[in-house]
Write a new protein. Sequence first.
Length: 155
Amino acid sequence: MTTDITRPLSKLDMTETIMAVKYNRRLTWAAMAEAAGMSDVFVVSACLGQNTLPAEAAEKLCAFLELGTEVAECLQMAPKKAQAAETVSKDPLIYRFHEITYVYGDTIKELIHEKFGDGIMSAIDFDMSVEREPNPKGDRVKVTMSGKYLAYNQW
């Protein structure tokens, strides 16, 4: 007896499909996020396979992109987060975020502990925005992160 099993679309295949449509149709992340009804940061992370879209947002996005249900279903599947993060990226922009952590990580930790106590900033109950900020010396990149404070349990 044989069972006919359909293999779901992989996150990598999903991302490559979405990126091809985005590129070929010259779409912006802002337009795609608007179609999904969610923030651009979260939609990008889901399209890159790092987060999960709710069914309604996945269906709206796939309708906008003219993609089938297999992509919408894949957008709803729980990802294996940060799988490609075994080493520090050599991409200059991504590397700079690692550099910020190396240089200012202990400073951020000290300030959070001083202001909140012994705990962490959630990356689950979290939001982020990326904005362009005009500046006479050259435009600035403004990244705002906000995560719920989670105190460590003591027992």
